[in-house]
Design a protein around this ligand. Sequence first.
Ligand code: SF4
Ligand code: SF4
Length: 472
Amino acid sequence: MSSLKELPQERLASMDETGKRVFLHPADVKGRFKRLRIQVHAVLLVLFLVLPWIQIGGHQAVLLDIAHRRFTLFGLAFWAHDAPMLIFVFGSVFIGISLITAVWGRLWCGWGCPETVFTESVYRAVERLIEGNAVQRQRLDKSPWNFHKIRLRATKWLAFLVITLIITHSFMAYFVGVEALADMMRRPPSENPYTFGVMAFITAILLFSFGWFREQFCIIVCPYGRFQAVLMDDNSMTVLYDAKRGEPRRGVAKAEEPQGDCINCYRCVQVCPTGIDIRRGVQLECVACTACIDVCDEVMLSIHKEPNLIGYNTLVQQEGKKVQHFRPRVVILSLALLGVLSGLVFVLTMRAPVKATIFNAKTVAYQILTPNAADPQITNPFMLTSANYTFGSAQVQLVVSEADRGKLEIIAPQVGVPLPGGQEIKSPFFLKFPKSLLKDGKYVTHLEILTRATDGSWQRSARQEVHLVGPY
Ligand code: SF4
Ligand code: SF4
């Protein structure tokens, strides 16, 4: 027996038979997962809004200053020359999310994705406050445009706009810095047209996505939803309906057979933000928001049955088998994650405040300064490349090794190369030496590279082998 509430098999619930968008108004839910989700979302929202205002060591805790190619993360400065490190960062994020999906399904979608956090815990909450519960909102959708509807819709979109502007400004603070942002806000947009344009664009996108597009983003746009089918298997934890226990549901069970626990109330469908019926099995549209778990638990308790007819489970457990924790995809992803995280830790720990390297200049190999002298003086050209990874200024100085002092001379425009924070500088210099130092036209020496902070907070020294050449 089919019900009027039965969803169409051939199309999305958020689409009518003509292909037009059906705006979903999921019913409100109460329950343990809802409470937990509100708490998690609240923590994430507070973090997002507060993080740009936190200062560590006089610098914004998180600043992704793309314009000046400088990233600040919790007191550490990263510059353009740190870009290779991003391979490890992005690699960790990508493999980490893949591993979480393989083990816990779409945990990210329901609990951490900005689309879900903002839509469910901010925009829909405001919508409910202004337009009422799901039934009232559906009625308002269908009602003709009159003063009441225009007033409610105008109030809602004005509230959405204000909220979106707060989100966009907080978002921009991560890229331009709170102080620069405050300064820009005091000036007319014409003084910062580029930033203003980016801000207006992001505001429009977020307003559209969180205010109207909503579950369509998860279903149509987000690539992660598509990936989940590849990453998950029967051992992955996900939101599942226990068909063995629930079926045959009320209205479907024949008179002579015992009825399952599902009373076919469709409450799990009514609360679903993507409009699906979880009783049809694992679906691409399910964002694992747990709303159907909470509402079905409520139904089960009201009819004195055990909760968890819908719950977090794995397909193998539902078949009465044991979950395989160490399956190939989990082991491979865990090892890969361990590898990239170790690489990241290694690169971070090996990262000196200043990196200075001597290269042979790509000009002439040597020059004879005094060809007629008994022991002619020769010069070799070199290039010193120094990069300062700190916020403060530093200095790099080259010193001839003790064994060759008096024989070798460094000829450079200045003794110590000043290196401002975050800069990479190339400074040419020459090494001058007598021909008698060479054996078969060659000589190997060492130069000391002394690096120190201008404020005296640190200093380091390193040695680098340098090859001198000249005539035989
Ligand atoms: S909420 Fe539970 S009882 Fe009601 S239709 Fe869904 S699965 Fe069946
Ligand atoms: S099926 Fe359940 S968990 Fe999945 S999106 Fe719908 S309500 Fe959320």
